[in-house]
Design a protein around this ligand. Structure first.
Ligand code: ADP
Ligand code: MG
Length: 230
């Protein structure tokens, strides 16, 4: 089953009184359970594309279906509900809540978007803490954790509400090389364990080798891995 489908997708930003194109009519399909990278230099449109797929922004033209829903038509409120129900996010700068412990950061989405009883919540948070190798750091706040540890917590937080699709925008950009590879291995093992589809972006061509499918972006256009324009 294809989870994400884009057809002639376009996004322009209005700057003053001109439209600046960021995504210039691209087509792609992402299958359920895939581990996919969008790769391209800074400014090529990676964040714009992930924001569209993550229903954080609206396409300017074209079609985009996520989990069978045509997302261009979603209102702000409907998009927020759709994200809470179906999507998880991992950001470059981790975006953890500084005053909350690792445990509380992971629990947070459950308090927002799930009405699970406390015991089920506790089990799920502890399962994720163990899955990302952070069980013994559960009580620590973000400022007491290394970059790699913070990103592990962020990956656990993205997965805790059992989303079907996780979007990770340059999740390794602020990590050293070894840690970056470990975070990608972790995401892949989470995909294997939970069946979650992962879509990440990177500007590091070495990192793209870790993905099973890569889409190369150049100036808002998709170039196939073999160099064939879409
Ligand atoms: P990447 O994530 O690959 O670095 P972006 O998606 O952030 O690329 O940006 C793609 C293009 O869109 C760039 O030319 C950038 O300057 C432009 N852009 C991104 N966000 C905005 C915005 N909010 N307003 C105007 N232009 C933007
Ligand atoms: Mg970006």
């Amino acid at each position: 089953m294809s989870l994400v489908q884009a057809e002639r997708l376009e996004k322009s930003y209005r700057v003053g009184d001109v439209d600046v194109p960021a995504i210039r009519g691209i087509d792609f399909t992402i299958e359920a359970g895939a581990f996919v990278a969008f790769v391209g230099p800074s400014g090529s449109g990676k964040s714009t594309l992930l924001n569209l797929v993550g229903c954080l922004d609206h396409p300017s033209a074209g079609r985009l279906t996520v989990l069978g829903i045509e997302v261009a038509g979603l209102s702000r409120t409907a998009a927020a509900a759709f994200r809470g129900e179906n999507l998880g996010f991992v950001f470059q700068d981790f975006n953890l809540v500084p005053v909350l412990s690792a445990y509380e950061n992971i629990e947070y989405p459950l308090l927002m978007v799930r009405t699970w009883p406390a015991e089920k919540r506790r089990e799920r948070v502890n399962k994720l803490l163990a899955a990302v190798g952070m069980a013994d750091q559960a009580h620590k706040r973000p400022d007491q954790l290394s970059g790699g540890q913070k990103q592990r917590v962020a990956v656990a937080r993205a997965l805790v509400s059992e989303p079907k699709l996780v979007l990770a925008d340059e999740p390794t950009a602020n990590l050293d090389h070894d840690t970056a590879y470990r975070i990608l291995d972790l995401m892949k093992s989470m995909r294997d364990e939970f069946g979650t589809t992962f879509v990440f972006s990177t500007h590091d061509p070495k990192i793209m080798a870790e993905a099973e499918t890569t889409f190369l972006l150049e100036d808002g256009r998709l170039i196939e891995p073999n160099g064939r324009p879409s």
